[in-house]
Design a protein around this ligand. Sequence first.
Ligand SMILES: *Cc1c(COP(=O)(O)O)cnc(C)c1O
Length: 390
Amino acid sequence: MKEIYLDNNATTKVDEAVFEEMRPYFCELYGNPSSMHFFGGQVQNKIDEARKRVAKLLGSLPEEIIFTSCGTESDNAAIRSALEVFPEKRHIITTRVEHPAVLTLCRNLAKRGYRVTELSVDGEGRLDLGELRKVIDNDTAIVSVMYANNETGVIFPVEEVGAIVKEKGALFHTDAVQAVGKIPMDMSKSTIDMLALSGHKLHAPKGVGAMYLRKGVSFRPFMVGGHQERSRRSGTENSASIIALGKACELAGQFMLDENTRVKAMRDRLEKEILARIPSVRVNGCQAERLPNTLSIAFEFVEGEGILLLLNEKGICASSGSACTSGSLEPSHVLRAMGVPFTCAHGSIRFSLSRFNTDEEIDLVIRELPPVITRLREMSPFGRDLLSSH
Ligand SMILES: *Cc1c(COP(=O)(O)O)cnc(C)c1O
């Protein structure tokens, strides 16, 4: 059975061109980029090129890019650094809908005596900037607000957040793991001090990421040791993966228009057809600005797990939200923060597309999904009432 992969916010396929770019750096060009000889030097040159490619996608300077092992490391390094830069400041601001890479860290820091404010969102997943203005003070070291949410695709007004943060002299970090490569950004005109991205969310391999660190912003490294990454992230470079990330960023730039036209049109069609064919459905965050590839959709009176299992039998891979929290029967913290009713939060699934999806795949999902929902509703008492009223 050929898979129909609609779980690209969990991870993505490595683009063949990305794989070709990294391939020589395992068995042939395996030198240590820090070595004095030509053999390591050619790897260093290629890493320099990768840094420029990542910087170009972000609109930053190459020296503002630090390669890391993943998005989680980039998030952790940024937040921990800010707390060390301002040891006298004890307040952290984040949101209730962050990825666990930020939220778990902040909650752990709260247990260690930091004051942590988690900003709330409205029913559409939108942030309340008034709340941010109210809670930020001179004790705030760092504000960490994601660029776009992994479950709903809702995009946050990060530049406005950053402007508020600047007034109070705190640092502003954004987890942009889902946004980088999907929507254009320009750090040269931005209020963002630190930003996290991850390779495997944009068609590079797993186990590589990067952080953007604005020139002039103080930084205390998370990993210390050798002088790699100008001593901002020690450890021998994962050269093949870094080179892959560079190529993936170059391609993401080239496909940015495609993502926001063809991929978005496929997502919009999927959404429109589901709403037209299935009763009692709501799109989570539909009134908010959203990523072009993400559709989080709630089917009343069915269990998301049930939908996923039946879709799985058809080869369709979707998600019940965050892969990191699945396995528990708790509805996602993101949907709960949005106040999505329990009956809907349980029946929410996420389709996340990529440039490798086709119209034929979307047609198939549109065909297969309605009978799946009907079958599940027939099995639940509330679902049967619903079906008989239509
Ligand atoms: C996937 C993801 C992460 C974690 O990235 P890893 O590279 O898997 O550590 C962090 N934040 C968001 C929003 C994500 O979607």
